[in-house]
Design a protein around this ligand. Structure first.
Ligand code: ZN
Length: 221
């Protein structure tokens, strides 16, 4: 089993299942602590493809930093993908309250992301559409109707998928249509400003909102 861990080892770990088998034996059964750092590097290779399984394994070995990184990666999943995936066998290794922490973290991040978007749209910098006198304003909000519609749609997506929803450029189709039809200031620079909002301001406020959400992890012996 140690052949995986020696420098220049020819054998590699080919799956998470194999990694678990090796680490359970070396780390948990024989307490061979030096395999930890290499084990964490192997685990990190699956972070993007199987974040829920990686989270479970990291918690199984009480690797807190890896677990937190995996939980953040899970924010790229929709709520449904978070629940329905191929991690069941690994989730069986952890306590229910730890799994619940992950679900709660995802939910709270979704809520934080959905309102972070509002902050970015209403805060500085001033966009040309804010001075438009042609477009209809949503009563009570002081905001252009098309921006309100856009914010609602975006918030819905972010709530379900806190990170990757911003990569969904189809969301831009409707507001672009409004900008094209506007005879006022929206049209002045809206084409340039909307992608700027979407590609820079929103991701920035999203990241700081997500940073404030705490993932509670209490490992038990
Ligand atoms: Zn307008």
């Amino acid at each position: 089993m140690l052949r995986f861990w020696y420098p220049g080892a020819e054998r590699r770990i080919d799956s998470l299942e194999q990694l678990r088998e090796a680490l359970d034996l070396l780390l948990l059964k024989y307490d061979v602590q030096f395999v930890g750092p290499v084990g964490r590097r192997y685990l990190a290779e699956y972070m993007v493809a199987r974040p829920v399984a990686v989270f479970a394994l990291a918690c199984h070995y009480q690797w807190e930093a890896s677990a937190r990184q995996a939980a953040r990666e899970c924010l790229k999943l929709s709520h449904e993908e978070l629940i329905d995936n191929d991690a069941a066998v690994f989730l069986g290794l952890i306590f229910a309250d730890i799994y619940q922490s992950l679900l709660l973290y995802h939910k709270q991040c979704g809520e934080a992301a959905a309102s972070a978007d509002n902050d970015a749209v209403s805060g500085p910098p001033a966009f040309s559409w804010e001075t438009c006198k042609q477009c209809h304003i949503t009563p009570g909000s002081g905001r252009k109707q098309w921006i309100s519609d856009f914010v609602v749609k975006l918030a819905e997506k972010l709530k379900d998928r806190p990170i990757l929803a911003l990569a969904d450029v189809t969301l831009l189709a409707a507001p672009m249509q409004y900008i094209a039809n506007c005879r006022g200031n929206c049209r002045l620079a809206g084409y340039n400003e909307l992608p700027l909002l979407f590609g820079f301001s929103l991701p920035h406020s999203l990241t700081s909102a997500l940073d404030k959400v705490e993932l509670k992890l209490n490992f038990k012996d």
